[in-house]
Design a protein around this ligand. Structure first.
Ligand code: PLP
Length: 415
């Protein structure tokens, strides 16, 4: 299913005109397709059905309560990385037994909150963290389930900012340390080591790094499984890439499953997956209105009302997002799409063939459902965009546009 298609030359989100939504709710505007979100989840569930994984949607990709609730209603659990995400997940009604908690720097307060909620497990990144979880759990008279994060030292062939499973990355522990840490944790009060975890990176388009990582941890999995009754789970993380660029071949779940399922079946463990981008990315667009079209020395700048504070990925990772006119046009122009922020790095596209649209027309930035709104900020004192969730011919505001008063909430002006 295509979430965003043209009807009578106007872009639609499912059955709703994007032009009408922009007129009603203003721009910049995030628009999501509920059916696309659920279709992605279903595709993954079906592809990996043979190992019956618990798919934990990675909330950092898009943490709007209604988005979390959509995935939860589709049968997913969640992967969280902060007390804030725990709060959101519980508010969205996610069952605590389907929450896994990752991250290298969990504070005692965050750990205690998760212990009180009785989450499924913490993924543990260091010996220090194991001890801290144990101490918190003993203090609360409970036991924290933990899965050690292995750093398999695999190159995920992605942008270096989103590579997480190589030696030089801060994440996880090498297999020999994990073996020792697991052994120590078995004898420790307050923790129950239940498995291993890994997450090698994001926007991965090739199954090979996943295969290599699983192959690398397989001997350790076998060893721990045979030694310890509590060892029952392997969490293989997220990282499935989507097709941002015209030449990108998206990683199809069936193609990935074909390679991974035989390796996973052989381990006979409860499998957990943590996709974020794959579930949410293609189901969202950012709609922005052209303010000016400006000619400079040798190029054209299309100045729009969305900026790096709304969608950081192009500035931060030099990421490519497809950009199309909301009112379909064949005319193109070579140039940049830039925002109003006072940074030369504030662009949504650079040196690209773009739709040739005049001021006041609308552009849609595609593949913006993941790491879009969640990475947005108030930089340059810009209120953050509204978010809309479309389901067939229904459109609901799932986050109101911020108002000027929201910008100064919590600030104290000195006498
Ligand atoms: C531990 C962990 N799991 C899952 C994810 C989700 O990754 P993706 O959105 O690429 O699927 C991330 C992303 O940073 C992560 O750090």
């Amino acid at each position: 299913m295509q979430a965003f298609t043209y009807r009578n030359q106007i872009l639609h989100a499912e059955d709703v005109s994007v032009e009408d939504l922009a007129e009603t709710y203003g721009t910049p505007l995030y628009i999501y397709s509920r059916r696309k979100f659920l279709q992605q989840l279903k595709g993954l569930q079906q592809a990996f059905a043979a190992v019956d994984p618990l798919i934990c949607y990675s909330v950092k990709a898009n943490s709007n309560l209604s988005v979390i609730k959509t995935f939860s209603e589709g049968g997913a659990g969640v992967d969280i990385v902060s007390g804030g995400e725990l709060f959101r997940a519980r508010r969205a009604g996610v069952d605590a037994s389907k929450i896994v908690f990752a991250g290298v720097g969990k504070t005692s307060a965050e750990i205690e909150a998760a212990l009180r909620e009785k989450i499924r497990f913490f993924t543990v990144e260091s010996e220090g963290e194991t001890e801290r979880i144990a101490q918190c759990a003993v203090r609360l008279g409970t036991v924290g389930r933990i899965a050690f994060r292995v750093n398999p030292d695999v190159d995920p062939q992605t942008h270096r900012y989103i590579s997480t499973g190589k030696q030089e990355n801060k994440f996880g522990m090498d297999p020999a340390r994990v073996r020792e840490a697991f052994k120590r944790a078995v004898a420790m009060p307050g923790v129950e080591p239940v498995g291993l975890h890994m997450h090698i990176g994001s926007q991965i388009l090739n199954p090979d790094p996943f295969v290599e990582a699983i192959r690398k941890v397989t001997p350790l999995c076998r060893e721990l499984r045979d030694k310890y009754d509590s060892f029952k789970t392997l969490d293989i993380g997220g990282g499935l890439g989507i097709g941002y660029e015209p030449d990108d071949q998206p990683l199809e779940p069936t193609a990935l499953a074909e390679r991974l399922v035989p390796l996973l079946q052989e381990l006979d463990l409860q499998i957990v997956m943590e996709p974020g981008r794959y579930l949410a990315g293609e189901g969202g667009i950012l709609v922005t209105r052209v303010q000016y079209v400006k000619d400079s020395y040798h190029k054209k700048f299309i100045v729009v009302d969305a900026a790096m504070n709304d969608l950081l990925r192009p500035s931060f990772y030099q990421a490519y997002h497809p950009i199309a006119a909301v009112r379909e046009t064949e005319k193109t122009v070579l140039g940049d799409v830039v925002g109003p922020i006072c940074e030369s790095g504030d662009f949504l596209a650079q040196d690209r063939t773009l739709p040739n649209v005049p001021a006041n027309e609308l552009l849609a930035v595609h593949c913006a459902g993941a790491y879009g709104f969640t990475m947005s900020s108030n930089y340059n004192s810009r209120p953050r965009a509204a978010e809309i969730l479309v389901d067939r011919n229904q459109a609901r505001v799932i986050r109101e546009r911020e108002k000027l008063d929201d910008l100064i909430r919590g600030e104290i002006m000195e006498d």
